[in-house]
Design a binder for this molecule. Sequence first.
Ligand code: AP5
Ligand code: MG
Length: 210
Amino acid sequence: MRIIMLGPPGAGKGTQAQFLVEKYKIPQISTGDLLRKAISEGSELGKIAKRTIDQGILLPTDIMFKLVKERISQPDCSAGYILDGYPRNIEQAESLKGNVEIDAVINLVVDQGVLVNRLTSRRTCSKCNAVYNLTARPPRVEGKCDACGGDLYQRSDDTVETVEKRLETYRVETEPLIRYYDNLGLLKNIDAGKGMNATLDRICAVLESL
Ligand code: AP5
Ligand code: MG
């Protein structure tokens, strides 16, 4: 099963991808997580990523394609994967076409009014990238990951100012992918505005009907 998770920042792409990893035993490929790992390692890619992510804009297509292609070629991706945050614009989608087969594009549909709140109250595990929320999904122990005990941190791009820029980048660059994938017959719209479990049930119903 090869899936793309589409949706604005804070729609729940990472949250749902992590649930799907558990259920279908295929890996989540989050380009955001790969870039944050590069930043923490201090690599050349990390230096570019740091500048770009904190401005709320996208990295160049060629860099992202190379990163994703390398990750997809690893053995754990042979039975499928969940692309979370990739592709992010038409150019990236075109670079994927012909190189990578996709079975479905899950488009998480959420009222944009809730996104700033969701993002500014998000906390992420520094070890395993599990996603929490101070109100909607608090950890059992404050500041610690339920799954691995790692420290939770707040992403540097989850400030109100950067979130607003990310939402604008989404509207200009990423939203056109909705029509693009609809025209290819791959788009599955999912109401992601209510509970996380209800959203997961809707996604699973769609995936099981493929
Ligand atoms: P990335 O890390 O992909 O960020 P994003 O797309 O902005 O998406 P988020 O991770 O912020 O949101 P999400 O949809 O995963 O929501 P989550 O599940 O965490 O990318 C970061 C940056 O990297 C980009 O800005 C760009 O610079 C660069 N980049 C990445 N990919 C790139 C690419 N392909 N090309 C170029 N540049 C790229 O949920 C959010 C919060 O809401 C959490 O707290 C969660 O607990 C909560 N929540 C989730 N679902 C619900 C619900 N149903 N009800 C209530 N709360 C909920
Ligand atoms: Mg995410």
